[in-house]
Design a protein around this ligand. Structure first.
Ligand code: CTP
Ligand code: MG
Length: 236
């Protein structure tokens, strides 16, 4: 029962602002994607990492991974991604060899996830949970609106969910491979940003395990400032 990691890295990173595709942007002098591959490779369960690259960057990403090999003896492969995250994940899953039974899907944009978090997710799947998601309590109170208003327009509030019942989810999300493949096959048309959500829609159980603050997603420019600071603290 092999465990593989699929790393969707094919996004442009529009919210981060102009520049290289987000996964290729530097963090501590090294491309973000290299950090993400290292983080997944350090997990003992993982023996294969599939990187889903921007289609125009497949050769560049292969070159990067030759230049920065993973810390353990882990098999690496690079495949071209799609127009949405969901499509990129589906293309990554399609590249897995038959003997893979557990899949961890991890955003390249979460380069600093600790190895212990990765191992905990993998262990929970291996112990029998079909879908496992690292999550943290929400710190901001969250308001629900009926529909997004135009830019700068006031938005009427329709409700305030009880914050103690809300969780913010992270990656790696871990799955029984057959469950995740079935969920992606069933909802091939959509643009889900969350793989576990597809599994929920199929009626299969999804459980949360504790996430980690350092597994935050680099989305906006301020996140890059935080990521540089976390990395500098680790290197002390
Ligand atoms: N992703 C992908 N293929 C896409 C879109 C996103 O593989 N077509 C990946 C990103 O590379 C990232 C992860 O999905 O590692 C999470 O997505 P997000 O943070 O939204 O990254 P981007 O889509 O690149 O950023 P933005 O939405 O700001 O453009
Ligand atoms: Mg996106």
């Amino acid at each position: 029962a092999r465990t593989a990691a699929v790393i969707p890295a094919a996004g442009r990173g529009v919210r981060l602002g102009p520049g290289l595709p987000k996964a290729m942007r530097q963090l501590g002098g090294t491309p973000m994607l290299v950090h993400a591959v290292r983080a997944m490779s350090r997990a003992h369960a993982v023996s294969l990492v599939v990187v889903v690259a921007p289609p125009a960057e497949v050769a560049t990403v292969r070159g990067l991974l030759d230049e920065y090999p993973p810390p353990r003896d882990v098999e690496l492969c690079v495949v071209p991604g799609g127009a949405t995250r969901q499509e990129s994940v589906r293309l990554g899953l399609a590249a897995l060899p038959e003997d893979v039974e557990v899949v961890l899907v991890h955003d390249a944009a979460r380069p600093l996830v600790p190895a212990d978090t990765v191992d905990a997710v993998a262990a929970a799947v291996r112990a029998g949970a079909p879908a496992v998601v690292p999550a943290l309590p929400v710190t901001d109170t969250v308001k629900q609106i009926a529909a997004p208003a135009g830019k700068g327009e006031p938005e009427p509030v329709v409700g305030t969910p009880d914050r103690s019942l809300l969780r913010a989810v992270q990656t790696p999300q871990g799955f029984d491979r057959a469950t995740l493949a079935a969920a992606h096959a069933r909802h091939a048309e959509g643009d889900a940003t969350d793989d576990a959500g597809l599994v929920e829609r199929m009626g299969a159980p999804v459980v949360l395990v504790p996430g980690h603050e350092e597994a935050f997603k680099v989305t906006r420019p301020l996140d890059l400032v935080l990521a540089e600071a976390v990395l500098a603290r680790r290197r002390l």
